[in-house]
Every structure is written in C-alpha cells, then in structure tokens.
Write a protein that binds this ligand. Structure first.
Ligand code: FA5
Length: 352
C-alpha cells in the first residue's frame, strides 16, 4: 500500500495530491482504516503491525507535503519568470515638467508661515482702484499713485481707469479685513495671513520686470507691535535661507497704509565673490539688501475695512518673491525668470 501511494504521489499535481491524501489519510482513508484495526489485534500482532502501519502513514504524509511544497515552488518560479522585467530594454525618453523656482519659493513660503500659524489668502490680479489704492489710504491725488506705474483698464462707459492690474499684494489685506468685518458684523477677530501672488507695474530692468511676485503678510490682533513684525520676518528668513546668523534691519520709510513704516533690510556678506544672506553685515565684506516694505497697519486702513482701530491693530509687510528666489538659487537676472527658457532653468537645477 505504502509503495503504491508513494509512486502515485511522485507524479501527482496539486489536485491529485489532495485526492490521494483523502484516499489514504482521510477519515475513511485506506491507511486510517488500517490504523483502526490495530485495536482489535492481539498484543503480539499489534507489536509487529503497529510500526508498519504507522510508518506507512508517516511516509505517505511526508511524501504528500514534500510534493506539495515542490509543486508550489515551481508554480511561483513560473509566475516570477512570466512577470519578469527586461532591464536591458532602452528607456523611453519622457521629458518631465518641473516646478518653476518662483512657484517653489511660494510653496516654501506657505510652509514656513504655516508653522507660524499663518493661513494663505488670495485675491485676483485684476483689482479695482478702491482696494489697490483708496482703501489703503492712498487717495486719488496722492503722489504714491504715480510711483506705482499702474496698468489701467478702461471700461465700456469710457472710464479710462475703471480697473487695474494690482500693483502690489496689499489689496489682499483689504479683502481679508473686509471679509472678517462682514463675517463678524464689525466685531472683528484676529487675522494671520500671507498672500503670495503676481503683481504688475510698468517697469523693466535687470532687477525690475513688468510682472513680478510679492508676498503680503498681515497680522491683526490686540497688542501687536513692531517687535512681533521683526521676530516674524527674522524667523522667516532664517528658515528660508537655512541660516541662523541672518540679521534684519528696520529702516524708517514711508507707506501711506502703514504708520510707522519701515523698509526691511537683510544683512549679507560676500563669499566667493557672491553675496550671501547671513554673516556679519557690519564686517568688511558685509552690507544690507532690501527685502521689502512693512509697518504697523494705518488706523485709517483698519477703519476703511469696517473694523474698530481702537480695538484692533497689527503689522503688515510686502516682499518681492522673485528677489528671494534669485538670492536663494544664485540667479542674477530677474528677467530670465519669465523667458520660459528651459536651458536657463536647467542650468539652475530646475530643468527637465
Ligand atoms: C509695496 O509694494 C508695498 N505694498 C509693501 C508693503 C506692504 C509695505 C505692507 C508695508 C506694508 P514696494 O513698492 O517697495 O512696496 O515693493 C515691495 C517689494 O516688491 C520691493 O522691495 C521689491 O522687492 C519688489 N518689487 C517692486 N517692484 C518690482 C518690480 N518691478 N520687479 C520686481 N520686484 C519688484
């Protein structure tokens, strides 16, 4: 019996193996039934037959599991062979897009400021005069308007200055505060936003382009002061340029929508012929580079948005993003940012 099963097992497939197992070792299997006869035998018979029958049972069971394992291994090998990749095939040339340095910087900005509790706010690039100028305490006759080299749109009624391309991201301050004033029915609530985006001025040279990017920051709360502004910007530039030795300087300035106002400068040093943000700006190779404008939000602006300036105050800042990208990635001509030349992008590691 044993040899008969062993011969069949050696050639069985997985299904055949199961049938053989039932036939030999199942409840009514041939060997199982033989085992049951042991009980009825005389002690002498049992002594001689017991080991033989048990030996046959063990041999058949072992043979079945060995064969089963071999069949399963073979099936896996066949499957692996069928699914294998031919690594010697030539790779298809599949050019991928990449993130533009300015977009990359905007993402980094959002991430760094998110850690400081700032949300991202947005506004349209086509604005009205009220949000871009008037609500920001720049009335019709204000000389600051002339400094902005504004692109205007006429409307169909012949109004030559009906709409404009926003000259800075500051109108997003207005949008945000008006929204808060409306939502809270004039009561107000704390605000912490940044607003990165495109801005436009009729202006072009190596450091100015007609379209450029700014990031606006706005914090409105009770008891906010210039110290918060300086700490926030210092924490930002240190995270952005990944250096702890960056010094900021606030230089008195004027913006109609902030009082007091300050220009923010970053300390730089010259390393290997290049200006690097960080180090000692007072040293022999040191100096200051402009980051942007800032100040305490003018009470008129807070009131223009429908909030009470006696209860709410805060700071705002506006920085050029393109210049941040130039400094971080060592690029020297702002205009090349917007030529869409893939070779130029590739040179700085942003290519396909
Ligand atoms: C403003 O636009 C103010 N709205 C900034 C501000 C916001 C002040 C909030 C106070 C409170 P300014 O015109 O200086 O300020 O521009 C800010 C920055 O934008 C500049 O420092 C510069 O980095 C960048 N910038 C301005 N014009 C151009 C341009 N044509 N091309 C590239 N970057 C520019």
């Amino acid at each position: 019996i044993r040899d008969g099963y062993l011969a069949k097992i050696a050639h069985a497939d997985l299904e055949g193996l199961e049938q053989l197992r039932v036939a030999a070792l199942g409840k009514q299997g041939e060997i199982s039934l033989l085992l049951k006869t042991l009980g009825k035998m005389t002690p002498e018979e049992r002594q001689s037959e017991g080991p033989r029958i048990n030996g046959a049972r063990a041999a058949v069971a072992d043979a079945i599991s060995a064969r089963k394992e071999a069949l399963e291994d073979a099936a896996l090998d066949a499957k692996l062979a069928a699914e294998s990749l031919d690594l010697t095939l030539p790779v298809a040339d599949n050019p991928k897009g990449s993130v533009h340095p300015v977009s990359q910087v905007m993402d980094e900005l959002a991430e760094i400021f998110a850690d400081l509790g700032f949300a991202v706010a947005t506004g349209p690039e086509i604005e009205n005069d009220w949000r871009n100028f008037t609500a920001l305490n720049i009335p019709e006759t204000h000389p600051a308007r002339a400094m902005h080299d504004t692109f205007y749109f006429p409307d169909t009624d012949g109004d030559e200055r009906a709409m404009l391309l926003r000259t800075h991201t500051s109108p997003v301050q207005i949008r945000t505060m008006v929204e808060v004033a409306e939502r809270s029915q004039g009561k107000g609530e704390p605000i912490r936003i940044i607003a990165p985006g495109r801005t436009y001025r009729s202006d072009s040279d190596a450091t100015h382009t007609p379209m450029f990017h700014q990031v606006e920051g706005l914090v409105i709360d009770r008891d906010i002061h210039m110290g918060h502004l300086k700490w926030t910007l210092e924490t930002f530039v240190r995270a952005f340029f990944e250096r702890d030795d960056i010094t900021l300087r606030l230089r008195p300035s004027f913006f109609p929508f902030t009082e007091p106002s300050a220009e923010i400068d970053m300390g730089f040093t010259v390393e290997k012929g290049r200006r690097i943000i960080g180090g000692d700006p007072y040293g022999p190779d040191g100096g200051w580079m402009e980051l942007g404008g800032s100040g305490m939000v003018h009470p008129n602006v807070i009131a223009n948005c429908g909030l009470d300036p006696d209860e709410w105050q805060g700071f705002a800042f506006g920085c050029g993003i393109d210049r941040l990208a130039m400094l971080k990635y060592g690029m020297d001509d702002l205009r090349a940012f917007f030529d869409g030349d893939l070779r130029w992008l590739g040179h700085y590691g942003f290519g396909a």
